[in-house]
Design a protein around this ligand. Structure first.
Ligand code: GTP
Ligand code: MG
Length: 229
């Protein structure tokens, strides 16, 4: 349903032209609306799971949810960086993270509990999983990433949309947010080995604290519920 024959080739190589053209391109606007709908579907599912868990366990497994639709400028940059054709159909085919949902959980175990509750729903199809908690990135980045496909219901029928869901602890989010702000990647790892190394040390320290906090919670749970022993 999305085609872009109306886009002139000359508009596809310059970011500012792309951004301006997309602002008034009905198909692009429709596609972004569809990604926003997909985000709302996922967000509602997560909020319902959070409410239910809270009722049963007296605490929330989700601390916060943040969502975003990738901006036209970022879409353009990523397509260029990855060498994809810059067109609307190419966005649909090649980008998995136009719709993004970031879920921040108190404890590591909550990440897997929330992920499993979400992906076991029968309208949620998993397209890709990357467990950067079991396999952290070399810089120490940790998070559980999914690309899921979910249906949205429009007047014209059902459309399947891709959404990137990142699930991490408050501590992992603290590290990722600050690391993201530092913009050190512009220099390349070779020139910044000390900085990369120090950030990795921080990430590992934070992870050890996450594990420790979870052990403390489990200990408290055992004291509260001796019958579970
Ligand atoms: P991209 O082209 O970046 O999308 O690579 P990919 O598709 O292999 O995705 P990956 O799962 O590696 O990362 C996707 C997203 O995770 C990024 O857009 C960031 O939001 C987050 N992320 C990944 N690595 C890092 C990192 O080292 N630091 C921070 N702060 N965030 C990261
Ligand atoms: Mg990605």
């Amino acid at each position: 349903m999305i085609d872009d024959n109306n886009l002139a080739q000359s508009l596809l190589v310059n970011k500012e032209d792309f951004r301006k053209t997309m602002e008034t391109n009905a198909r692009f606007q429709e596609l972004m609306m569809m990604y926003r709908c997909a985000i709302r579907e996922i967000q509602t599912k997560l909020e319902i799971l959070n409410d239910e868990f809270k009722t049963k366990n007296q605490r929330n497994p989700i601390d916060s949810i943040r969502t975003r639709v990738k901006s036209p400028a970022s879409i353009f940059d990523k397509m260029q960086r990855k060498g994809f054709e810059v067109s609307i159909q190419s966005i649909v085919n090649n980008l998995n993270d136009v719709a993004g949902v970031r879920v921040v959980c108190p404890f590591i175990s909550d990440i897997y509990a929330v992920a499993n509750m979400l992906i076991s729903q029968d309208d949620v199809e998993v397209m890709e999983v990357k467990d950067y908690i079991k396999n952290p990135k070399p810089n120490g980045y940790r998070s559980l990433h999914y690309v899921v496909i979910i249906p949205i219901y429009l007047s014209s029928g059902k459309e399947y949309m891709k959404v990137e869901v990142q699930i991490r602890t408050i501590a992992m989010n603290f590290w990722a947010s600050l690391e993201h702000q530092m913009h050190y990647k512009q220099f390349g790892n070779e020139e910044m080995p000390e900085i990369v190394n120090e950030l990795t040390v921080c990430a590992d320290t934070i992870y050890n604290t996450d594990v420790h906090m979870q052990e403390i919670r489990e200990e408290i749970h055992r004291l509260e519920h001796p019958e579970c022993l």
